[in-house]
Design a binder for this molecule. Structure first.
Ligand code: AHM
Ligand code: MG
Length: 347
């Protein structure tokens, strides 16, 4: 019986990825080892968030711990843990983190063939409101996430920045991890999207959401409407249509957490559209191409949705700078078709 099988035949994320990789002839398990180190970083952040509670971890300004050292903020700590884990995997050569201005080139004797781009703690600006309230609320915790994307270095030469300035469609894997009262990791290695939930008693991510497919059309739109006054015409028109549909259908509901992973995760499971458009003040939008726009677009496409920049398919974009930003519209196939049509009509 299926439910019993789930309880006794535990599909851990490592077992799952090993299975997937064994389908690739010549695979030597490097990817699995790399992913194991990313998972370690996620487990660390998850346990840090849950064990001590947010208030202790973020280290209020100037606060010192028992050793008299100044406490590191969770974003700094998470970044360090991810970088150390990635370097020690021996499978990476270039790392790009939202937290570091420059790309990190791994020293030659620890180098491998993968480049990892990541945001170790997205939405960290949301942590502070958790503190001012003084309690750890699940709804606040869930606003902290990590996002990552993985490229393979182009073969046979010294790694250069060009190895990470590749279009998103060249990624070999992408995912995110959400930290809350439960901790969930959503991953694609290019053959569908799967969700894993951390079982804290086992310390293992177990497959709980196999083969996630986004509904073809959704009933929710997700955008920061506070920027509406500065939107361009197609975005403004699209949001207007969400509220006042011209075809007699019901209006869409608005949901906006303000944390990309939470908003994209809901979009993935329930359908609909997430927008972070350009506006007059930020002509390139806000979100970063390499470690926000690309991984989420990769997951959306793998789940049967679409992703669009206002000009092109998001995964076709070729970034010129590692911290470059881009407008982004992603979600259900039909909903993204509509915004594409509005931009095409404008051009
Ligand atoms: P951050 O990297 O400074 O945390 O900003 C990224 C976050 C995303 O998680 C979220 O989608 C977006 O900023 C929300 O921006 P806004 O507050 O402008 O709506
Ligand atoms: Mg971020």
């Amino acid at each position: 019986h299926a439910a019993d099988a789930h309880r006794t035949d535990l599909m851990t994320i490592m077992r799952f990825v090993l299975n997937e990789q064994s389908k690739h002839p010549g695979s030597r398990g490097d990817f699995t080892i790399l992913l194991n180190h990313i998972v370690l970083g996620c487990k660390f952040v998850c346990s840090a968030v849950n064990k001590a509670g947010l208030a202790k971890l973020i280290g209020l300004a100037g606060e010192t711990n028992v050793q008299g050292e100044e406490q590191k903020k969770l974003d700094v700590l998470s970044n360090e843990v991810f970088i150390k884990a990635l370097v020690s995997s021996g499978r990476t050569c270039i790392l790009v983190s939202e937290e570091d201005e420059e790309a990190i080139f791994v020293e030659p004797d620890k180098r491998g063939k993968y480049c990892v781009v990541f945001d170790p703690l997205d939405g960290s600006s949301n942590i502070d409101c958790g503190v001012s309230i003084g309690t750890v609320q699940p709804s606040l915790q869930i606003m902290i996430d990590s996002i990552f994307g993985i490229y393979m270095v182009k073969h046979g030469r010294e790694p250069t920045l060009d190895d990470v300035l590749q279009p998103g469609k060249n990624m070999v894997a992408a995912g995110y991890c959400m930290y809350g009262s439960s901790c969930m990791l959503v991953l694609s290695t290019g053959s569908g999207v799967n969700g894993f939930t951390l079982d804290p008693s086992l310390g293992e991510f177990i497959l709980t959401h196999p083969d996630i497919k986004i509904p073809k059309k959704g009933k929710i739109y997700s955008v920061n409407e506070g920027n509406a006054k500065n939107w361009d015409a197609p975005t403004a028109k699209y949001v207007e249509k969400c509220k006042f549909p011209e075809d007699g259908s019901s209006p869409k509901s608005l949901r906006y957490v303000g944390s990309m992973v939470a908003d994209v995760h809901r979009t993935l499971l329930y359908g609909g559209i997430f927008l972070y458009p350009a506006d007059k003040k930020s002509p390139n939008g806000k979100l970063r191409v390499l470690y926000e726009v690309f991984p989420m677009s990769f997951l959306m496409e793998q789940a049967g949705g679409q992703s669009f920049t206002g000009k092109q398919k998001a995964l076709d974009l070729v970034p010129e700078k590692i911290h470059q930003r881009s407008p982004i519209f992603l979600g259900s196939y039909d909903d993204v078709e509509e915004i594409k049509a509005l931009y095409a009509a404008e051009a």
